[in-house]
Write a protein that binds this ligand. Structure first.
Ligand SMILES: Cc1cc2nc3c(=O)[nH]c(=O)nc-3n(C[C@H](O)[C@H](O)[C@H](O)COP(=O)(O)OP(=O)(O)OC[C@H]3O[C@@H](n4cnc5c(N)ncnc54)[C@H](O)[C@@H]3O)c2cc1C
Length: 495
């Protein structure tokens, strides 16, 4: 494919991480914490880190802990609530907090630059949805993880929780809400940059910006050769490659030729927000308020009204409004989707398309929405607020996974780590719950691809230092859960 003989020892690394978003930067910090001598190369096609999906304005900045996202507790046809995903996500987010707390304790992260405490609220309208919300409340709040959840249908209490949303509303309107005060808003762009800042001065770390990973190929010894195109074109070599390229990961996975990646395909969903920077309004709302998704809508299109802190400035965000663009990256190419279609995945794509007609209809309707239509949706949340205070902003691209299963091609809404059988390559596909669970996902990458080192007492001790609760199932041990939350809140100034 390409001439690997040009790769000398100066081009040889212990790990090559593609992309400088939240995923690769999390993995880079973890690896550096575990062994400062590991030679790491991070390659980013843009001019600085965290500019794609991880950038604050390209995502909603919710620290997803399943506090308020109704799609994490779906209802079965028999009316039962499925709660295991909510517990899994809650635990995983606690692991992120634990990691940031340990780095803050070492003086390597400043929590205030990316993390703010913010109530997480679920809000529904009408008797039917109120009774579903109440069911969710009773099931979740009986467990330690969600025991601090509150429920109300009282307008006076709602005026206290969400004054801006209640302003000008008829008292007879049936509304129900739950609240968890220990929620967060996160500037994942700033977090990515803080991670990079922590490691960029180290002798063992090299970061190449404005450099595109063009191709990669494994030789018979198991080494990966990666061709880079940038200021200086070169071929670099490593025993381990991580494809943390966001929407760009699928095409690189396909180029790697590993059999585990051949049947995957991607379906891009673009997003738009309405953003309000009016200081008076921003000061009147202090929560992330998640509603219920429309029929046929992908779960990540749940409408929500969020307080955001971006670079220390408070603003409001409403959305997302989904759309369709064939780009796999916000700063990508319209050809991305078409180039990803291969003989190995075309049938999965067709089947997933046929099985998701509702999604297609939903996206089409979103696509033809005008600004006026969007502002009407906003009015459902904020009856008396002037839509003119809100500006449309383009969010990041999400590339949903289409996976070949025994039932054929299936569209998946989550994230998935794909690894080669020899553990020399890992790729991260998909987008949700995304950045909030990056730490857990990267520990999974280490467990799969750095097995021997992860089993060594040296790395186990370092993991225990970074994650004091790693050996405990905090979902079944209430005392341990409360102890770790107390530690994390203190170190992250969330008290
Ligand atoms: C609309 C929207 C809302 C979201 N809301 C939330 C939320 O509220 N909470 C949450 O936790 N998550 C949220 N997410 C998900 C979250 O943003 C992503 O999961 C996360 O940012 C992905 O990080 P990443 O590092 O994989 O990708 P990215 O941040 O996209 O980084 C990938 C990097 O790889 C680079 N790259 C790509 N191809 C190449 C190449 N060939 N060579 C070199 N570099 C390359 C890109 O330039 C980019 O910088 C949201 C996402 C979207 C789109």
């Amino acid at each position: 494919m390409f001439n690997t003989s040009t790769s000398g020892s100066e081009n040889s690394y212990d790990a090559i991480l593609v992309g400088a978003g939240i995923m690769s930067s999390t993995l880079a910090v973890l690896l550096h914490e575990l062994d400062t001598d590991l030679r790491l190369l991070i390659v980013e096609r843009l001019s600085s880190p965290g500019l794609e999906s991880s950038n604050a304005k390209n995502n909603a900045g919710t620290g997803h802990a399943a506090n308020c996202e109704l799609n994490y507790t779906p209802i079965q046809e028999n009316g039962d609530l499925i709660t295991n995903k909510a517990f899994e996500i809650n635990k995983s987010f606690e692991q992120s907090l634990e990691f940031w707390a340990s780095l803050a304790e070492k003086g390597k992260l400043t929590p205030k630059t990316f993390l703010n405490k913010l109530p997480h609220i679920s809000l529904v309208f009408g008797e039917k949805d109120i009774s579903l919300l109440k069911k969710r409340f009773s099931e979740l709040s009986s467990h330690a993880a969600f025991s601090n959840m509150e429920f109300t249908i009282d307008h006076e209490e709602l005026k206290d929780w969400i004054p801006l949303i209640m302003y000008g509303r008829n008292n007879s309107e049936k509304m129900g809400a739950t609240r968890i005060q220990r929620g967060t808003d996160i500037d994942f762009g700033n977090l990515t940059r803080s991670y990079i800042k922590q490691i960029e001065g180290a002798k063992s770390i090299e970061i190449n910006y404005s450099t595109n990973v063009q191709n990669l190929q494994q030789d018979s010894e198991g080494d990966w050769y990666v061709s880079l195109e940038g200021e200086k074109n070169r071929i670099v070599r490593s025993k381990f490659v991580f494809l943390g390229a966001g929407g760009g990961a699928l095409s690189l996975l396909q180029k790697s030729g590993i059999p585990e990646g051949l049947s995957y395909a991607g379906f891009p969903v673009s997003g738009k927000w309405l953003i309000c920077e009016e200081e008076k309004l921003a000061q009147t709302h202090n929560a992330k308020v998640y509603g219920k998704a429309a029929v046929g809508a992908p779960p990540m299109s749940v409408p929500h009204l969020d307080t955001r802190w971006i670079n220390g400035k408070k603003s409001l965000l409403f959305g997302p409004f989904a759309g369709f663009s064939s780009n796999f990256l916000k700063y990508g190419s319209k050809m991305d989707l078409f180039r990803s279609i291969k003989t190995t995945n075309v049938f999965s794509m067709l089947q997933a398309g046929l099985d998701n007609i509702d999604l297609g209809k939903y996206l089409f309707n979103q696509l033809i929405q005008t600004n006026e239509d969007r502002k009407k949706t906003l009015k459902r949340f904020l009856p008396l607020v002037s839509p003119n205070d809100w500006k449309l902003s383009i969010a990041g691209q999400r590339v949903q996974i289409i996976k070949q299963t025994s039932q054929g091609g299936v569209l998946k809404m989550g994230t998935e780590v794909v690894t080669s059988s020899d553990g020399s390559l890992a790729a991260l596909l998909g987008a949700s719950p995304g950045a909030s669970t990056a730490v857990t996902i990267m520990i999974e990458v280490l467990n799969r691809c750095w097995q021997e080192r992860m089993k060594s007492s040296e790395w186990q001790n370092k993991m225990l230092e970074l994650f004091p609760s790693i050996m405990t199932d905090i979902n079944s041990n209430q005392e341990a859960l409360l102890a770790i939350r107390k530690r994390n809140d203190f170190l992250l100034q969330l008290v």
